[in-house]
Design a protein. Structure first.
Length: 214
């Protein structure tokens, strides 16, 4: 089965079920809002959002992931995306914004910003600063039928590296990642975005809106 450039197994992502993300997004935007989903994977969140009445354009840099998406798709790196149109909402889930390189984060936010309608809303899932202090090997739990466990956690300043272990149906997968703790307001300002509130009590989801140039 295919593995994406960042080490994601398409097979395991097809087994992962939504865990409240579609409802969080739906509650944060108006009914029937158009959504640009950045980093959609195989449609784990895309398809429930379609069922909730939204028009979704799914973006991913993996053709193997997009083969499974039942919506309009665009195969592109997020940083390079320029569709020449805007959306009521742009979605950046899966902690993509915690990328290890600051330049990559800014490029993602700028891509999101140029696709936001003037009254649009950016919806983001991230690792808040406090997560970096509490993340530990052995943490995890089931996501649908898939058992998920964090392992090999290593800290280096604002960077945290770890391995995610997945198991289901007698199979095992692993994905290594490195993420960075960063200053949210500074990152948003650099992309002409303004913080627009927490969407969950644990501060793992927030919204932003276009800034002065919008």
């Amino acid at each position: 089965m295919d593995v994406t450039a960042d080490g994601c197994s398409v097979e395991v992502y097809l087994l992962l079920s939504p865990r409240g993300e579609p409802e969080i997004v739906h509650a944060a935007i108006r009914p029937s809002a158009s959504i640009l989903e950045l980093g959609s994977g195989p449609g784990r969140v895309t398809h429930p959002l379609l069922e909730l009445g939204h028009e979704v354009v799914a973006v991913d840099d993996s053709p193997a992931m997009l083969e499974h998406v039942r919506a309009e798709t665009v195969c592109s790196r997020i940083a390079d995306l320029d569709l020449g149109r805007t959306f009521d909402a742009v979605l950046l889930a899966s902690h993509l914004i915690n990328t290890a390189r600051d330049q990559d984060r800014q490029a993602m936010l700028l891509a999101a910003r140029r696709h936001l309608a003037p009254d649009g809303r950016l919806i983001v899932e991230w690792h808040p600063p406090e997560w970096f202090d509490t993340a530990a090997s052995g943490q995890g739990g089931p996501i649908g039928e898939v058992a998920v466990e964090l392992a090999d956690v290593v800290r280096d300043g604002d960077l945290l590296s770890a391995t995610v272990r997945y198991s289901a149906r007698g199979r095992r997968w692993r994905q290594e990642f490195t993420c960075r703790r960063f200053a949210l307001e500074e990152a948003l300002t650099s992309a002409d975005l303004i913080f627009d509130g927490w969407l969950t009590a644990d501060r793992t989801w927030f919204a932003a809106r276009p800034g002065r140039e919008g």
